[in-house]
Design a protein around this ligand. Structure first.
Ligand code: GAL
Length: 369
């Protein structure tokens, strides 16, 4: 997999992000080729799970709304969620091919397993865009975040949090699911920042990204390393960070070591406010989901200039080279920039974050409505 460098400061604001990288205007006429289809189209959307709130709360509704907007309310989204089951996702994909959707957006549970289904879609003349995770097989395009940057941002933040203690620090690494190609990229990005700077005492891959599996692994790490010897935890996402923190607390941790995360889940933002979690990675779901909808509609309507403008990067998968892609940048989310990221982008209101339990912590960091 080749990563297209998109140099972004780890602590840039969401405002500067929106200014960069996205081409808009697909919907506004300006067609470059004779449209293959009109507005009456169906976009098949396959998402991988429900555990992480982003998929049902942001990705699906944003894509649905954007498709409607781009097609004058004539286009629709056929949606299915695989709930972490790769076989289920393969049948969902087969059904969408049988239903003759016009284009597919596929966020794979298992990037390898899905390849045969993607081949069948291709044979049926349905273009496939890999969404968020780089599915194998003959995909037409790929839209995701800059996943290696996600890992770098996490690793860098952890090293910064450890400060002068870094060199003598024992760190536990909780990585994501091995069937998710993003997990390998998060890990590679983090390793680039952590290696040689901290002592990685234990590393785990987490089956299905499940918090309960991360919790069991953290308990093992605590037994092996000793609670007081763990100076920091690299957790690849927020769901697992919550489980790691719970394991640390249940084993009697007084002051919690810095723990990283990803996804800016609401409870993670609240843990950041209270100081239980050190950071998360904010990925602008609107930016990714809107661009995906634009790509899907442009592809079906045969507007190739717009499609090319939306996919200027090139990424290699293990099976397919030079996939036209768009990689959206990300930012570290800490106590300092909650307002400039998730609040500014309308992901959460201050009221949602600063519930009565977190009121005084919110006041202490100056987070007000
Ligand atoms: C990744 C995705 C993350 C997070 C994670 C766990 O592939 O990019 O945003 O959702 O899976 O579900």
């Amino acid at each position: 997999m080749r990563r297209t460098a998109m140099a972004m400061g780890a602590f840039a604001t969401a405002a500067s992000l929106t200014a960069c990288g996205v081409v808009d205007g697909i919907g506004g006429g300006g067609s470059s080729a004779t449209p293959k289809k009109g507005d009456d189209i169906t976009v098949g959307l396959l998402l991988p799970e429900k555990e992480n709130s982003r998929y049902e709360k942001f990705d699906y509704p944003i894509i649905e709304k954007k498709v409607a907007e781009l097609t004058h309310d004539k286009g629709r989204v056929e949606y299915a969620n695989a709930e972490q089951d790769a076989d289920k996702q393969n049948s969902q994909l087969a059904k969408m091919v049988a239903d003759k959707v016009d284009v597919l957006l596929v966020d794979a549970v298992d990037s390898k397993d899905i390849a045969s289904g993607i081949q069948k879609a291709k044979d049926a003349g349905i273009p496939v865009i890999a969404y968020d995770r780089l599915a194998q097989g003959p995909i037409d395009a790929y839209i995701s975040f800059d996943n290696e940057l996600v890992g770098e941002v996490q690793g860098r933040a952890l090293v910064e949090a450890l400060g002068s203690r870094a060199a003598s620090s024992k760190v536990v690494m909780m990585n994501g699911s091995v069937t998710d190609p993003n997990a390998a990229q998060f890990k590679a990005g983090a390793m680039a920042e952590l290696q040689g700077k901290v002592n990685i005492a234990k590393t785990y891959d987490t089956k299905d990204w499940k918090p309960e599996n991360a919790k069991a692994n953290m308990e093992k790490a605590i037994t092996a390393i000793g609670l007081d010897n763990i100076a920091g935890v690299y957790s690849a996402n927020d769901g697992m960070a919550g489980a790691v923190i719970q394991a640390l607390k249940e084993t009697g941790a007084g002051k919690l070591p810095p723990v990283t995360g990803q996804d800016a889940e609401l409870d993670a933002v609240q843990r950041i406010v209270s100081g239980d979690q050190y950071m998360s990675v904010y990925k602008s779901y609107p930016q990714e989901a809107n661009a995906a909808a634009e790509m899907a509609v442009a592809r079906v309507q045969g507007r190739s200039i717009e499609f090319d403008a939306l996919t200027r990067d090139k990424v290699d998968s293990p099976t397919t080279k030079k996939v036209p892609s768009q990689l959206v940048p990300v930012v570290a989310l800490t106590q300092d920039n909650i307002k400039n990221t998730v609040v500014q982008d309308g992901i959460y209101t201050v009221k949602q974050i600063c519930t009565s339990k977190f009121k005084s912590d919110c006041n202490a960091i100056g987070l007000k409505g």
